[in-house]
Design a protein around this ligand. Sequence first.
Ligand code: GTP
Ligand code: NA
Ligand code: MG
Length: 301
Amino acid sequence: EEKAGVPLRPPVVALMGHVDHGKTSLLDAFRGSALTEAEAGGITQTIAAFTVDAQTERAITFIDTPGHEFFAAMRQCGASATDVVILVVAVNAGVQPTTVQAIEYARELRIPVVVALNKIDRDRSASAAQRVAAQLLEHGLQVESFGGDAPLVGVSALHRLHLDELREAVLLQAEMLELHAETEGPAEAIVLEASHHKGLGSLAALIIRRGGLRVGDAFVVGTTYGRVRSILSETGERLRCATPSMAVRIAGMKELPSAGDELLVVPSEARAREVAEYRQLQAELQLLETAGGRRIVRRDQ
Ligand code: GTP
Ligand code: NA
Ligand code: MG
């Protein structure tokens, strides 16, 4: 899609909300998969991201976040890469602590919110929707039917009800944001998670923020570095290049980076190594300072 000659990028949309309100089920419904079945205890413990309908005007990158209170840092990391939040609220449970936390992230980061009132197969009544809207208002989120900016769409992830309406609402929010793709200059990406893979070594799940990330590019990420050996789409397809907003996995890092680390493409692997080593040194100095400080405190006691 083009607007005044500048290409637009797909929106990066975080599914946020309280534990078991149906975030992963919604993602499953959007991509026609069954991630929830593979989860230990049905609890999301990592951040997953998928670009659906890539290369079309309706492309969206979804980030699934864990609802459990234990994973607050992970939610924050997801929010930092996000253009639009889908706030998932189960109609039968209403607003819960993680719902409130998500409202606060969105407000702080000025990210528009679309409310997905989920599990409407359990309760389709207008009064239930009103009740949740009133609870949201108490926490400063004003939905459209209450005169605010946030669309609220009743859905059922399980029965695949009104998912197109939800998607339209998200795409409309994205359109208003005019998300121009910055394709020039060295690629930048944010790490959502990293893990060791038997065949491929260190693998990092990334969202591309700007530029085009290509196989062969040298990069620094956190305190490690490398050269892009392969780029995989979330369906396992090998790609030569990843463009802004795309969710991909890459192999080629020397060590595992951390969630939240930024990846930056640099002119050469030698340069990447230099920057990474400098950052490692900084981190070690920081650690020494902290340890030293503690020792002094102990001596005083
Ligand atoms: P965490 O990742 O643990 O925070 O949970 P989640 O928000 O990802 O919820 P999840 O998708 O794991 O769904 C929790 C439970 O709700 C599962 O048993 C789902 O089958 C069920 N569920 C999800 N969507 C619906 C729905 O639309 N209707 C009904 N009745 N159940 C649903
Ligand atoms: Na769950
Ligand atoms: Mg989940």
